[in-house]
Ligand binder design. Structure first.
Ligand code: UDP
Ligand code: MG
Length: 338
């Protein structure tokens, strides 16, 4: 039995909880930040899909510090659809953390992670469940390759390539958070207690047989995406530093190579002086060498700092998130679909 530290309490993730009727339970986890305008259209598409699938279900909505009326509207919807559960964070903790929370709250035999802005078509869940029933523990939505456009796409490609080399973990091209995960794999993810969570990497790290289902990303229904360029840069740094020590190790090799060069150059100078007499080197080349290597040293210190900062975050042992309110967790699982 795995014990997970989660906020103020210890959660036992032991024997799986099934719906009261003994039917397998499907959990849908949806992180939401200011998605009030998308709630109605999203549920209008999601609920019929769940009906067609015919499993008992729970829809876990993680309100990630929304400042619009997402929570108020969710509560209205909860009164109509009792399979909705609401977890409201005390503030915004970010989508990765919201997903981690959702995976811990979910009690399903299979858990589906899905965005709340309808960029992930709910209809695809039917295909996910079909593959799951065939025996695939992880089924992920895979964005259909689009014609290359924009700097971000190019940078994203460069990131994936770099990550594959540096972290020696090949992330499936276009795989997104939209996915179905079997209970066994969910427990595996929940047992990873790290605070800096690069979820895409963790999905690959846990292994299990995985299969992708191609789909076209739809345009965001309402509102705008929360990713700034700085946010993406931080995300990339988190990804690489949490999956690889190469940026740390590389400096000993760089240092070694530079020392060898310096040694060789020193010997060369010694030889030249003994043959041609004393020679004063140009000041500018000295300046260039000094500033260049000062730069290299600061850069390597910076890399150490990046890791040290993350070690600091880990040792503080702060909870990953804080919950302000939970709604709907005291009801049975088979309220829906009976
Ligand atoms: N989201 C969240 N917390 C955040 C930012 C986003 O829970 O701090 C949710 C958001 O409500 C949506 C999903 O994560 O359901 C994807 O967010 P977004 O559309 O902004 O990202 P993108 O689709 O551009 O990756
Ligand atoms: Mg989106």
């Amino acid at each position: 039995m795995v014990h997970l530290y989660e906020g103020e309490r210890t959660v036992k993730s032991g024997p799986r909880v099934q719906s009261l009727s003994g039917r397998p339970l499907l959990s849908i986890v949806i992180p939401m930040r200011d998605e009030a305008a998308n709630l109605d259209p999203m549920f209008a598409r999601l609920l019929p899909v769940l009906d067609r699938i015919g499993m008992a279900s729970e829809i876990i909505c993680i309100d990630d510090g929304s400042i619009d009326d997402t929570v108020a509207r969710l509560k209205v919807l909860y009164r109509q659809h009792s399979q909705i559960r609401i977890v409201s964070f005390s503030r915004n903790f970010g989508k990765e953390v919201a997903l981690a929370a959702g995976l811990r709250y979910a009690r399903g035999d299979a858990v589906v992670l899905m965005d709340g802005d309808l960029q992930h078509p709910p209809e695809l869940i039917e295909d996910f469940v079909a593959y799951w029933r065939e025996g695939y523990p992880v089924v992920y939505g895979q964005r259909r390759p689009q014609a290359g456009r924009g700097l971000r796409r190019v940078l994203t490609r460069i990131f994936y390539r770099t990550f594959a080399v540096v972290a020696q973990t090949k992330l499936p091209e276009g795989a997104c958070d939209f996915r179905l995960i079997d209970r066994r794999a969910v427990d595996a993810l929940n047992s990873l207690t790290e605070r800096t969570r690069f979820t895409k990497g963790l999905y690959t790290w846990i292994g299990f047989r995985q299969i992708g289902v191609l789909f076209d990303v739809e345009a965001r229904k309402n509102g705008s995406s929360g990713w700034s360029n700085l946010g993406l840069w931080r995300f990339a740094l988190d990804a690489i530093t949490s999956f690889s020590m190469i940026p740390l190790r590389i400096w000993s090799y760089v240092g070694g190579i530079i020392s060898l060069f310096a040694l060789g150059y020193g010997l060369y100078c010694l030889l030249r002086e003994s043959i041609y007499g004393t020679d004063v080197p140009a000041v500018s080349s000295l300046m260039i060498a000094v500033t260049f290597f000062a730069g290299v040293q600061l850069l390597s210190l910076g890399v150490i700092g990046e890791y040290l900062g993350r070690v600091f975050t880990e040792v503080k042992q702060r909870p990953l998130y804080l919950v302000a309110e939970e709604v709907g967790f005291d009801t049975g699982f088979d309220a829906h679909g009976e």
